[in-house]
Design a binder for this molecule. Structure first.
Ligand code: NAD
Length: 483
């Protein structure tokens, strides 16, 4: 019997897309057979293919943005920014490939060369989440293909229509079907792909729960590359600023962009006690103005729905749990339609909650706490097993120096949102946020491995120490004329 994956639009509950669940073995086999031919093409051939892909995305940018909005519920303006970021990712990846994985030759004496070159791993699996269904997989697939790998790509089971469209855009410019395989399915299919003996590595973006399971699975396979990009429980520390309106805007952008469904979204606002009430008022005023609506609505919303009713249930449950533990509601998280996953931004003061869980609430839920000293604020900010992004709002240059030196995170910003990350920078985190294989500009690093070679055209060798004399070199006594 054929099994199908069915996807509904979160904003309407209507059916959007169906696809047949894949046969992982067959897709891996096809990609495996294809990689060496792909790897043998000149680098310029592969980079030009990626440039053609960027042009194809440009030509179909509206279609892709519309699909992202339908499938994830993201406002259309925001989906458009995701599509533009996919296009930008191509040039950034080409630049990164040249800078991070270059070929170099150092010429030595007597024609000896020390060469550095990079080789692709072979066939890489890419497993991605739903929240940026085009940019995140593209951020792995483009550098993996540039490096000469073939790719087996499993999008999120909640964003496979976009995954399928992305695959189609690569193939539309002539990328062989065998070099990029689309695998349709949920966690079980993901598990099978990750564990497949014929893949040479896994590039994963998703939750810490899944990432940890994959880390355990790969512990017995140190020879396979594993890049983990996971979640965060990201803090903002707000200190000594009189510009409360701007600070509030940065808090709202950090916490509620994408309805809080970004790995780099701010989950915690830690604010100096003496300015807390004033800043909280500003944040509340702005959060009250946020339009939550259908992604295509006019006027445009700031937030669409979260991905599913199950996710909305979890988030409202988490908000109630924080209330039950003594949290003071600043702005309730409400669900205007119980049958659809639209949520209003929830803000809660958890200063007096003693048993706060270090959990990534992946949605529009901001926890606020107060701090009397900068050291206390720093300690609160670091009180997490995660370490993805962190922001200081306000403060002096020396506060920022202290913040930068002591905060544990892979993205540390000052007076910018927690989710501000440039494609020209690496992106990754510490602790439960990743395994020190940052993506974005450093993605090239995990798509190829370095090979060092000492080379010379003609063999030349001698051992000058520690050997007995070679009898063949002893002078021979030649007696002439006596016999
Ligand atoms: P998820 O972990 O539930 O799923 C991610 C992918 O893994 C999906 O394709 C899923 O089918 C697959 N999967 C699930 N269980 C698996 C298993 N046991 N073996 C193999 N594959 C499995 O994550 P999600 O809910 O789709 O995405 C949200 C999460 O992603 C958040 O935690 C967010 O912070 C994180 N994220 C991280 C980054 C980053 O760059 N660090 C970026 C975006 C999202």
């Amino acid at each position: 019997m054929t099994d199908f994956l069915n996807i509904v639009e979160p904003a309407t509950g209507q059916h959007l897309w169906s696809g047949v669940i894949s046969d992982v073995d067959s897709d891996v086999e096809i990609a495996r057979q294809a990689w060496s031919e792909w790897a043998s093409k000149p680098l310029t051939y592969r980079t030009e293919m990626m440039r053609r892909f960027a042009n194809q995305v440009k030509a179909e940018r509206d279609v892709l943005a519309d699909l992202i909005s339908r499938e994830t519920g993201k406002p259309l303006w925001e989906s458009r920014t995701e599509v533009e970021a996919v296009i930008e990712r191509v040039e950034a990846s080409i630049k990164s490939s040249g800078e991070r994985t270059p070929n170099r030759r150092i010429e030595g004496a007597l024609g000896l060369r020390q060469a550095l070159r990079h080789k692709p791993h072979g066939t890489l699996a890419v497993i991605s989440p739903y929240n940026m269904p085009a940019l995140i997989p593209a951020g792995h697939i483009i550098p993996a293909l540039i490096a000469g790998n073939s790719v087996v790509f499993k999008p999120s089971e909640m964003a496979t229509a976009v995954g399928s469209k992305l695959t189609e855009l690569f193939r539309a410019v002539g990328l062989p079907k065998s070099v990029l395989r689309l695998v349709v399915g949920g966690p079980e299919i993901g598990k099978k792909l990750a564990a497949h003996p014929m893949i040479d590595g896994l590039l994963f973006t998703g939750s810490a729960r899944t990432g940890l399971a994959l880390n355990i699975m790969y512990a017995a396979n140190p020879g396979k590359i594993l890049a983990l990009e996971m979640g965060g429980n990201n803090p903002i520390v707000a200190w000594d600023t009189v510009d409360l309106r701007t600070a509030a805007t940065l808090v709202v952008q950090s916490a509620f962009l994408s309805a809080g469904q970004r790995c780099s979204s701010a989950r915690r606002l830690i604010v100096k006690s003496s300015m807390a009430d004033a800043l909280i008022d500003e944040v509340k005023i702005l959060a009250n103005r946020i339009i939550v609506d259908h992604p295509h609505a006019d006027p445009a919303p700031y937030m669409g729905p979260v991905i599913s009713n199950a996710a909305a249930d979890e988030l409202t449950g988490a908000f109630l749990d924080l209330m039950a533990k003594g949290g003071q509601v600043i702005r309730p998280m409400t669900r205007p339609d119980p049958d659809l996953p639209f949520l209003t931004p929830g803000i809660i003061d958890v200063t007096s909650v003693t048993d706060r869980s270090d959990t990534e609430y992946f949605g529009p839920l901001l926890q606020v706490s107060r701090a009397d000293s900068f050291e206390d604020a720093m300690a609160q900010a670091n009180d997490s097993r995660f370490g993805l992004s962190a922001t200081l709002l306000g403060g002096s240059p020396s506060h920022y120096d202290q913040f930068w030196a002591n905060i544990r995170a892979g993205v540390i910003n000052w007076n910018r949102p927690t989710n501000d990350a440039a494609p020209t920078s690496p992106f990754g985190g510490l602790g439960l946020s990743g395994n020190h294989r940052p993506t974005s500009f450093y993605a090239a690093d995990y798509c190829a491995y370095p090979v060092a070679s000492a080379e010379i055209d003609t063999m030349r060798a001698s051992i000058g120490i520690g050997l007995r004399a070679d009898e063949r070199d002893a002078p021979k006594l030649v007696l002439k004329g006596y016999f």
